[in-house]
Write a protein that binds this ligand. Structure first.
Ligand code: UD1
Ligand code: CA
Length: 466
């Protein structure tokens, strides 16, 4: 059985009161249209056509999988019926079921859509509508039925009589239409009250021709909430959050205070991981099994492997933290870094575009930028890689088992060879051969009895004065 999908995303979104196209408004950092597409990909249609309008460029640029869909341009937002017509050239030659989905229903799930298409096919319908019962039917189209309970039409709220307005079974905006019924689109009349061609009118047209049409009331209001206003967007975001948290909890993630945690749609959390309050997982982030993420941590576009600990108030961006490593408190791991297995990055340490080898420690107050640091290295407090000469960035290489004493500067490009020692307070400008000690400290001068002598001198001066 063949299946194609048309997503309607060309509306103006006037009720959002925003210059951003409606379908690009974000829930937990991801545009609502992206959720709809992610869900549709799971249904595996052979073709997905997205109807977009005057914001075409922005929409294409904002989607992750823009290559795997066909875009159809609706130049003017002349209604949902017109939007589907615009997709028809991309469906030329297609024979099978065409599922239509609104781009403003980000909470839909693949399971419901599959079930719906299954019912549509089982009943051998020409047209099916997925409906649900709304607490307050508001602006949804009402499912109008005859006295035998068969759908006869969908009437939009603005065109409904007072009696019709009371109907609580409403149109979700998901339809299944056999390709041989799509010709009905051209018979959809212009709706005078809105000046648009309503896709919903296809139901009445199909019934007039004696086509088999039914509404399957299998939706829940939560899943099929259509977003038309900013307030609805926020409500949907809350529902999405609850759904995500429940999903991760079911997979063995423990939240100390789920309400204060932000989880992007592209985050995955491993079983046995504990997440403390006020943690943000952003972008595409993967947290392995049995990790502990302490309060006030923000991790974006990063991978944290199994058993790692991220301590309080740490920011990790575009980096990898390997198995069993520990980062923070108050650390900043900037893009392009890799913190090796079992390594420790402690208080007030900034790492940028650097590889920190396994079991290496930089426990306090350091800047490690453009550095390649081997395994079992000890980076003393106050160590700084001077990677920038005002024009270019240079690399610092620190080989395995090196000891860098506190308050040292490594002026790049420079290399400290395997097992070497750098004495505390040194400024290293030349390569240090392996196994050697490098020290640039000035020799300490000690004047014995100096304090007493000074006191005497001061006392003498004072008694002279009086
Ligand atoms: C629509 C349905 C309504 C249903 C509701 C479900 C119609 C006439 N009404 O109403 O029965 O209960 O969805 O959420 O279809 N779009 C275009 N081009 C256009 C107009 C709209 O692509 O010219 C797109 C929008 O971007 C949106 C979708 O179609 O993603 C639905 O349009 P919208 O204006 O939100 O319709 P509703 O009034 O919500
Ligand atoms: Ca809508």
């Amino acid at each position: 059985m063949r299946l194609a999908v048309v997503v309607l995303a060309a509306g103006l979104g006037t009720r959002m009161n925003s210059s951003l196209p409606k379908v690009l408004h974000r829930l937990h950092g991801t545009p609502m249209l992206q959720y709809v597409l992610n869900c549709l990909f799971q249904v595996r249609p052979e073709k997905t056509i997205v109807v977009i309008g005057k914001h075409a460029k922005e929409i294409k640029a904002s989607l992750r999988n823009a290559d795997s869909v066909t875009f159809a341009l609706q130049r003017e937002a002349k209604g949902t019926g017109n939007a589907v017509s615009v997709a028809l050239p991309s469906l030329r030659g297609f024979r099978g079921t065409v599922m239509i989905v609104n781009g403003d229903t980000p909470l839909i799930t693949a399971g419901s859509l599959k079930k719906f298409v299954g019912l549509h096919r089982k009943r051998k319908n020409r047209i099916s509508v997925l409906s649900f019962v709304a607490e307050d039917p508001g602006s949804y189209g009402r499912i109008i039925k005859d006295d035998r309970g068969r759908i006869t039409a969908i009437i939009e709220n603005r065109d409904a009589t007072e009696i019709q307005k009371k109907v609580r079974e409403v149109n979700s905006g998901v339809y299944a239409i056999e390709s041989d019924a799509l010709h009905l689109l051209k018979d959809i009349p212009l709706n005078a009250s809105k000046g648009e061609y309503y896709l919903t009118d296809i139901v009445r047209l199909a019934k007039d021709r004696g086509f088999k049409v039914s509404a399957f009331c299998i939706g829940s209001e939560e899943e099929f909430t259509g977003i038309n206003t900013i307030a609805e967007l926020r409500e949907a975001e809350q529902m999405m959050k609850q759904r995500m948290v429940r999903g991760w909890q079911a997979r063995g993630v423990r939240f100390i205070d789920a309400g204060s945690v932000f989880i992007s749609a592209d985050t995955s959390l491993g079983q046995g991981t504990t997440v403390y309050p006020n943690v943000h997982f952003e972008g595409s982030t993967r947290i392995g099994k049995n990790c502990t993420i302490f309060p006030n941590v923000r991790i974006l576009d990063s991978i944290v492997e199994e058993g790692a600990t991220i301590k309080d108030s740490t920011l990790i961006e575009g980096s990898v933290v390997k198995k069993g490593a520990s980062v923070g408190p108050f650390a900043h791991i900037r893009p392009g870094s890799e913190i090796g297995e079992g390594a420790r990055i402690g208080n007030f340490v900034e790492v940028k575009k650097s590889v920190i080898g396994p079991n290496t420690k930089a426990s306090h107050l350091a800047y490690l930028g453009d550095a390649k640091i081997g395994r079992n290295v000890n980076i003393g407090a106050g160590t700084i890689t001077c990677n920038y000469d005002g024009h270019h960035k240079h690399i610092t290489t620190v080989e395995d088992s090196v000891f860098i004493g506190s308050d040292s500067q490594l002026v790049a490009p420079v290399k400290v060879g395997r097992g070497a020692y750098v004495g505390a307070g040194s400024t290293i400008t030349k390569d240090v051969p392996s196994g050697s000690l490098a020290l640039t400290r000035v020799q300490q001068k000690t004047i014995e009895g100096w304090v007493q002598k000074r006191r005497k001198k001061l006392k003498g001066a004072r008694s002279g004065k009086h």
